[in-house]
Design a protein around this ligand. Structure first.
Ligand code: SF4
Length: 360
């Protein structure tokens, strides 16, 4: 049973209205209310401004039944490299803090979202992994990051006419999204609702280390895009970098991709963090090309974002290009991710709250 208005789907709202006021007009009333809560994708307003035709008793019902508080922005930092990225630190109701990052890029505005406070997966190169898992976020806390992000943009940009909406969401912040699948699916339902924030499924990417069977469920139940983190083409070596591989070995994860390739209908994104002298050799590139042959993929190479105390180093540019060229020569589509927001510790694998880290 939801406690917060941002975890109530339109279907749930309709059933609540139906139970209290009868089924006649319940769908229409739920639509109007939902439009009011989310401003029908036109931009964030909070508290909600309801359309005039909204059923007042239904509005009173939800205002009495649910919490409307948003995560509180406690600080923000801008990247000094002029790439325009901004990191917002948000405090949740229990005092825990999470981070979200806004990244303007080639005419689109991407928000990187967190799904957990900390993470249980412990990938060796990742700062968030060192925190351990503190707790899962609720669907309301996931959707709340988007509302707060939109409000923050509005505040920065002034008038609604100048306001540029967030149009791309990536679940690549703190946490492993599939380790919090139920809440993630509710949040995606709300974010993509045509009467609500109206994000297209094609503009939502869920990143995962490949938890099974949750990966199968995501590919069956959701039309969002998948970004699978591989980081090594060799099973035993992958286990050393990503402990999750012990439980969900690489061959099993690859078979799931193959099984769902037709129904998925677009290239899977493969994320590969390049670690100097660990997984950046030509032999690795060739083995990766072979592993992915026959599957439609877009490989995203991510040279490591080095951070304080990191046990790994970032490869030199020549090595990165060489790795990319081997994959390209094998016919794969490859991009190299330029780490936006690196100087504000906002890049992938760098999201960590110092206050939280001290608890572990
Ligand atoms: S890389 Fe992702 S899954 Fe791995 S520890 Fe970091 S946050 Fe968790």
């Amino acid at each position: 049973m939801p406690n917060h208005v941002l975890e109530v789907t339109r279907k749930h709202l309709e059933s609540l209205i139906s139970q209290n006021f009868g089924s006649k007009s319940a769908a229409q009333r739920a639509n109007r209310l939902f439009e009011g809560i989310y401003a029908r994708g036109k931009g964030a307003t909070w508290p909600p401004i309801y359309p005039e035709e909204v059923h007042l008793a239904s509005r009173d019902l939800i205002e009495n039944a649910f919490d409307f508080d948003l995560p509180m922005t406690v600080s923000h930092s801008e990247s000094s490299s002029m790439d325009g990225s901004s990191k917002l630190v948000m405090r949740l109701q229990d005092g825990r803090e999470i981070e979200t990052v806004l990244i303007p890029e080639r005419g689109r505005l991407t928000q990187c979202l967190s799904t957990q406070v900390g993470c249980a997966q412990g990938c060796r190169f990742c700062q968030t992994g060192r925190m351990g898992l503190l707790r899962n976020l609720t669907a309301a806390e996931i959707v709340g990051q988007v509302i707060v992000g939109e409000l923050w943009r509005r505040q920065q940009q002034g008038t609604i006419a100048e306001y540029e909406r967030i149009n791309n969401l990536v679940f690549m912040g703190m946490g492993e999204p599939l380790d919090n699948l139920e809440e993630l699916l509710v949040a995606v339902n709300i974010l993509t609702d045509t009467q609500g924030l109206q994000f297209s499924h094609n503009k939502i990417t869920v990143s995962s280390v490949g938890l099974l069977p949750q990966l199968e469920r995501l590919l069956t139940e959701s039309k969002t895009c998948l970004a699978l983190s591989l980081h090594s083409p060799f099973d035993a070596e992958r286990s050393k970098v990503m402990p999750v591989n012990e439980r969900h070995p690489l061959p099993e994860v690859i078979s799931v991709l193959k099984k769902h390739a037709d129904s998925y209908g677009r290239p899977f994104m493969i994320q590969y963090t390049l670690l100097k002298n660990v997984n950046d050799s030509s032999a690795h590139a060739e083995a990766l090309a072979e592993l992915l042959s026959g599957i439609r993929v877009k490989v995203n190479l991510i040279p490591l974002n080095e951070h304080e105390g990191a046990a790994f180093r970032r490869p030199e540019l020549a090595k990165i290009c060489q790795f990319r060229d081997v994959l390209k020569a094998a016919g794969h589509v490859v991009t190299v991710r330029l780490s936006k927001g690196r100087d504000i510790a906002a890049a992938c694998g760098q999201l960590i709250k110092k206050t939280e880290r001290t608890q572990h």
